[in-house]
Design a protein around this ligand. Structure first.
Ligand code: COA
Length: 428
């Protein structure tokens, strides 16, 4: 088929595209740097059209109008990663949290969520009619293959990102041209604590290792501490400004990776405009679905895989919650367990959970005698490996409960060490 003709005949206005959807649509939306904002805003603007519809997405970049109280009855948001935009809605039971590992999201989409509508943001088509899904590859192919309606916001600002990240124009049922700036993620605030954590993590990383790094100040601080390393590789779920800087500096070469040699691999990304320009048409950055990037059995094929993630609380036996504060669902497991497992299976791999020793302006120790009532264990004490704070690194694997408690107390904030010691002793 002549894809250019198809493109012209399937172009429509936002209004027509949204009003042609079933009123009880089961939708998914792209996220991070590829949030289809015009489509999502139109779903909210025409909310009266929807009754009992659902919308699944993951990393919300800013305000999420579809999580507002006025959407109740029209649309219910569902996620496996609670962000600032959805937190109130989940807390007030106007949105749903579903515990699913990130690597399993494509299978969840196909087998459980079963969307009939997909909202994506894509680049302009190339000469063969392929659009890139840009900054968000994770579950989009699974959703497109399941849905009857594929609505694409074609945005000329969407970078053309390589990898297994394409949709052909003829797979799109509703084409809406809307050029909007991509959401920009501001630089994380890195203070003395984060810098010290970065250095302690960097001490665990050797030349030639392959890295997975999460979002936020700590991963960014780790990246800043790696400037004197050589031949690092990236096999991650996220690709960030910090990684691009290390590629430019010649620190990340991906030369010593066992798979995808020479390429940085990720499944979603967000960052500055500079990052979006960097990845545009860049064959050294490949986006793949999350059941590839985060599959522990694939990630572990890279020897010396170092996974660096963060958490909210760790108890003295090594149980980690990265997702709850007591009973409150703060975020989600995301890809943490996928990569802890991948690193544990990798020859020479290390799974690092890096945290500031305290939270709430120093009032709370993140290393706690027991987990808060109602907490969800994200990484279990059977899988935990290293915990790092600004005071050092505790290696927990193969250690007894007493040895773990001792190692964790040694890296807790000094103000809390004695009380942690006392509470540990009381336990026996
Ligand atoms: N008790 C009470 N409050 C706590 C706490 C604790 N033990 N630990 C953190 N908090 C509070 C902080 O004070 C902060 O509140 P504030 O914003 O009002 O100051 C808030 O919770 C967020 O904590 P912080 O550590 O600053 O969050 P972060 O943005 O660095 O994110 C995680 C940390 C763990 C939530 C985040 O890394 C995450 O969601 N991880 C899970 C998924 C994952 O690892 N995926 C793989 C990589 S994407």
């Amino acid at each position: 088929m002549d894809w250019e003709k198809y493109y012209e005949t399937h172009k429509m206005s936002l209004r027509d595209a949204i009003l042609s959807l079933p009123s009880d649509a089961v939708m998914t939306a792209g996220h991070a740097g590829s949030e289809p904002r015009a489509l999502l805003q139109a779903v909210c603007d025409y909310k009266e059209h929807f009754k009992g519809a659902r919308l699944f997405s993951i990393v919300l970049m800013e305000e999420a109008p579809y999580c507002a109280p006025c959407m109740e009855g029209h649309l219910r948001y569902v996620t496996m990663f609670n962000s600032a935009g959805s937190r109130n809605a989940v807390k007030e039971n106007r949105a749903d949290f579903v515990p699913v590992y990130y690597s399993e999201v494509p299978s969840y989409i196909k087998n459980y969520y079963k969307p009939n509508v997909v909202l994506i943001q894509v680049s302009k088509p190339d000469i063969h009619g392929y659009c890139s899904m840009g900054c968000c590859c994770d579950f989009q192919r699974a959703a497109i293959d399941s849905a009857d309606f594929v609505l694409a916001q074609v945005n000329e600002n969407q970078p053309y990102v390589m990898g297994d990240n394409f949709v052909h124009v003829t797979e799109i049922t509703h084409i809406v041209e809307e050029n909007r700036p991509l959401p920009v993620l501001g630089a994380a605030k890195i203070g003395d604590v984060e810098r010290a954590i970065g250095k302690n993590c960097a001490a665990l990383i050797n030349d030639g290792d392959t890295l997975q790094l999460g979002i936020g100040a700590i991963p960014d601080a780790v990246l800043l501490s790696l400037k004197d390393k050589k031949d690092l590789g990236i096999h991650s779920e996220m690709f960030s400004d910090g990684v691009a800087e290390l590629i430019d500096a010649g620190v990340v070469t991906n030369r010593r990776k066992n798979i995808d040699t020479g390429m940085s691999v990720a499944t979603f990304l967000m960052g500055s405009q500079k990052l979006y320009s960097y990845i545009n048409n860049n064959p050294s950055v490949a986006m793949h679905p999350v059941d590839y990037t985060n599959n522990p059995l694939i990630a572990c094929k890279n020897d010396n895989l170092i996974a660096i993630n963060s958490c909210i609380q760790v108890d003295l036996t090594g149980q980690v919650t990265a997702e709850t504060i007591g009973t409150a669902q703060f975020s989600g497991a995301g890809g943490q367990v996928d990569f802890v497992r991948g690193a544990n299976l990798s020859q020479g791999g290390k799974a690092v959970i890096a945290i500031p020793s305290t939270a709430s302006h120093g009032r709370i120790s993140r290393i706690a005698p027991v987990m808060d009532l109602g907490s969800a264990v994200t990484t279990s004490r059977y899988e935990v490996d290293y915990i790092v704070t600004e005071y050092g690194a505790a290696s927990l694997k193969g250690r007894t409960l007493n040895e773990r408690a001792e190692a964790l107390i040694a890296i807790a904030h000094p103000d809390f060490r004695e009380s942690l010691r006392q509470q540990w002793l009381k336990r026996f």
